[in-house]
Design a protein around this ligand. Structure first.
Ligand SMILES: [Mg+2]
Length: 198
């Protein structure tokens, strides 16, 4: 069972905003970190393209990830139902996999910081790359909060389970073709039980 990380299992907005604030302090820039934190989904490289010339983006992103490792991770918290969702899969003998756009070492740090345990983490994957990772691990479903997560599930022939805990509403996620839309992961155990029954 595959899960996205940011805004699916964890609320990473305060940590992302705090990391941008520190980056602005160090570089003397004025990136609107609070705004970017509210629409998590695009890769860091895509977001930075609006503020830096292409040749500076790799170094700026490295700097962001370095700051994120401490300040950002400290700002993470579990989203409601995350622990029970992972626990439900494990109790049924299933394996849990996180596939995320986040830099893999920072994904591990976030999961450790909020004390969520998963069997495997694949980081630094976005869009179609997420689909390839899901296929490689034989994921039956992928649970995520954005349209690219739905597309990733499709690409891997997995059930696209969308959660409206991020920037996209339940209506928007349904319109993007999610197989199932949940208000939050609090609804996940009941959905899984019903899906296994059917
Ligand atoms: Mg997400």
């Amino acid at each position: 069972m595959g899960f996205d990380l940011d805004m699916t299992l964890i609320d990473s907005r305060p940590g992302v905003a705090a990391t941008f604030a520190e980056l602005n302090r160090v570089l003397g820039t004025a990136i609107p970190g609070d705004e970017l934190a509210e629409r998590l989904g695009p890769t860091l490289e895509m977001e930075m393209a609006a503020f830096f010339p292409p040749e500076e983006i790799p170094a700026v992103c490295d700097r962001f990830r370095e700051i994120y490792a401490t300040i950002g991770v400290a700002g993470c918290s579990r989203l409601p139902g995350a622990e029970a969702a992972l626990g439900t899969v494990a109790a049924l003998g299933g394996r849990t996999l996180v596939v995320t756009a986040k830099y893999e070492p920072n994904a591990h740090r976030c999961l450790r910081a909020v004390d969520l345990r998963v069997d495997h983490v694949v980081g630094w994957k976005h869009g179609p790359q997420k689909g390839a990772a899901l296929l490689e691990h034989g994921a039956l479903a992928y649970i995520g909060d954005t349209p690219p997560d739905i597309e990733a599930a499709r690409a891997a022939d997995a059930i696209a389970v969308a959660v409206a805990s991020g920037p996209w509403s339940a209506e928007q996620l349904a319109a993007h073709g999610a197989d199932v839309v949940l208000g939050s992961l609090l609804e996940f155990p009941a959905w899984l039980a019903a899906a296994l029954d059917a």
